[in-house]
Design a protein around this ligand. Structure first.
Ligand SMILES: NC(=O)c1ccc[n+]([C@@H]2O[C@H](COP(=O)([O-])OP(=O)(O)OC[C@H]3O[C@@H](n4cnc5c(N)ncnc54)[C@H](OP(=O)(O)O)[C@@H]3O)[C@@H](O)[C@H]2O)c1
Length: 288
């Protein structure tokens, strides 16, 4: 039995699709009761698992062999994910596939430090494990930038002209599914990227071509980006993490391209052009 945490989120929902399309019937873990009930009504083996509520962990993990471990970016992420690692071992699980972050081992930015401390707990758990370290998600353009792309034909990032090898979440899902269901991945850490590194300026050019409307990238200062994120409701500590990530990107550290997606899945990773075409409906809006 495979348990997918973060099942309602960006990566988790792509992983569920991938696992189901290859004939698996994973157990899906939701924090919210509503989502778990809806999933059950749709025929899933759905459980409630809240990192912050230890009493939910044991029952969710009963009978589970392999855990896909994904923590949302809130306060307590480290403690919450480590609690799941401990509960998985106590429940007799054999394997953990942890969703981490690009260059986590270098601990050169705050998301990396945070994920690396969870990776250490996974490594010392005694369970088999695989670490997935994706670069920035292409889906961030849909989840976080589509609003301004649709309303203003522009998106704003404090990344200067840094080149980033963004990855499509569907590729992360394909790698995760292989790591959960096939052998040969134990003890491995996969740095996961798309097929090439592009700047946000190049991304804007590609979006303009695909959407048939002008889309611009506006490089903003750290202070302006932070003020915008906090005004939009993002907690201050999280805005600081995002600024720190972009500082890391500006050193050129996000531009490496890895072969791991092709190595693990046998197929080339999705390009930004393909991502843009597949998500044109969500990005186009009423651009004029
Ligand atoms: N975005 C990027 O570019 C990027 C790049 C590299 C790594 N990452 C990492 O990816 C992870 C985020 O993945 P994502 O974008 O798929 O997340 P997401 O879409 O924000 O979804 C988060 C999921 O976590 C669940 N969740 C929230 N709080 C929880 C709790 N207390 N207990 C149990 N589950 C909880 C939510 O469940 P409900 O649906 O029930 O609320 C939701 O399904 C983070 O660890 C981040 O550091 C992100």
């Amino acid at each position: 039995m495979i348990l997918v945490t973060g099942a309602g989120g960006t990566v988790g929902s792509a992983l569920l699709e991938e696992l189901k399309s290859s004939g698996h019937r994973p157990r899906v873990a939701h924090r919210s009761r509503d989502k778990a009930e809806r999933a059950r009504a749709a025929g899933d083996d759905a459980v409630i698992l809240d990192f912050a509520r230890p009493e939910t962990l044991g029952p969710a993990l009963e009978g589970v062999d392999a855990v896909f471990l994904l923590g949302a970016g809130g306060l307590g992420q480290v403690e919450g994910e480590i609690a799941v690692v401990d509960a998985a071992r106590a429940a007799g699980a054999k394997k953990i596939v942890k969703l981490s972050a690009w260059n986590a081992a270098g601990e050169a930015y705050s998301f990396a430090k945070l994920h690396r401390s969870i990776e250490r707990a996974v490594e010392s758990s005694g369970l088999a494990f695989t670490l997935l370290r994706p670069n920035g998600f292409m889906q961030n353009f849909v989840n976080f930038m589509a609003g301004s792309i649709k309303a203003q034909g522009a998106f704003y990032q404090p990344a200067g002209d840094a080149r980033i090898s963004h990855i499509d979440v569907r590729d992360i899902a394909r790698v995760a599914a292989r790591a959960l269901t096939t052998s040969g991945h134990d003890g491995k850490a996969y740095e996961l990227s798309g097929p090439r590194a592009i700047s946000y300026g190049e991304a804007a050019e590609i979006l303009s071509g695909v959407l048939g409307k002008r889309v611009s990238y506006v490089a903003v200062s750290d202070d302006a980006a932070r003020a915008g994120m906090v005004a939009g409701g993002m907690p201050e500590f999280y805005a600081d993490h995002v600024i720190d990530l972009n500082r890391h990107y500006r050193t050129g550290a996000g531009s490496a391209v890895s072969t791991a997606v092709k190595d693990v899945t046998g197929r080339a990773p999705v390009s930004f052009e393909e991502f843009a075409r597949d998500h044109a409906g969500a990005l186009a809006g009423a651009l004029g």
